[in-house]
Ligand binder design. Sequence first.
Ligand code: TRP
Length: 370
Amino acid sequence: MIKRIDPWKPQDIEDYDRLIRQFGIQGFKKLVKSVPDPHLLMRRGIVFGHRDFGRILDAAKKKSSFVMMTGLMPSGKFHLGHKALAEQFIFYQGLGAELFICVADIEAYNMRRKPLDELRKVAIEEYLLNYIALGLKPKNVDFYFQSERSHDARKANAFYRLIGMVTRRTTFNEMRDIYGELSPGKIMSVMNQVADILHPQLPEFGGPRPVVVPVGVDQDPHIRLTRDIASRMKEFRFVPPASTYHEFLPGLKGHKMSSSDPYSYIALDDPPGTVREKIMKHAFSGGRGSLKEHRLRGGNPEVDVAFKILLYGMEPDDRKLKRIEEDYRSGALLTGELKQITIERLNAFLEKHRARREKARSQVDRFLKG
Ligand code: TRP
């Protein structure tokens, strides 16, 4: 059992069901059928949990306005794990949501000790460009930096004012309970993130309305605190923000992806040869030690990273995926053959994506006007 979730030092999570029970997260499965045309990551159980998502479903059904708000730490290469989050917010854009996307450059400056100009460059060159290539449209998107909220002073003031104000609605003890050991950088990052999540509901940004925050479960401590602070702020009538949680695509070696280890992820600009090498040599396999044993006992797709990559979307057809899974489990499909399928799908996707990314360049400025 993990005592607390540390958002700055993500752990490998072994048992998502247990995590759900421990922290009072709701299971997402029961809701999937109520989601209009649910995204593949929802259908396949990768989005596994939520808080208060019913509000979002109501709004989507009634076609009343709602917001999708999330943030990113601009650290290094844009990889398949980042793609899973991007697809979700593009999905909400399709549902009619207004999007607020925050570049957490102040958090990265303090917690990762990177210079702001480098963070800005990575946010645009790696993240924004890939978002656009994946289908993000400029309409109803507010893409902003924590270090530079808006050129409209009225909006910027409202945002930074809120960062200053939320602090009054928590205590050092409460924060220590949630986060364990604190530092000024952590406290600042938390206050900033609470304001990131709540500010779309300020009058300057559209007023109270439902907000959904899709995140990895490592961010749940922030969500819990934000929801509590929202209800304690008497000055505003914030709707408590909803959230969804997705499982992390494991790193190639089976553990967490890490931007400091290129052999732990597939980047969206990896050339075909690199993809082949990474999958062939480094992807953790659920296959058996020998051919004979594999044919006899079959492989284990649950821990197989090549399979997971297909599951996360490289094989979009549910029926085909099921077939691959069954063949692998029965031993009919070998590890090398499974990896070959994954390499082919990945390289076909990445080739198209490369072209879309080049076209995306001309659109970048339309996202940087705020
Ligand atoms: N802390 C988040 C991360 O590490 C980034 C973030 C900043 C964020 N503000 C946010 C996420 C608001 C969701 C909502 O990735």
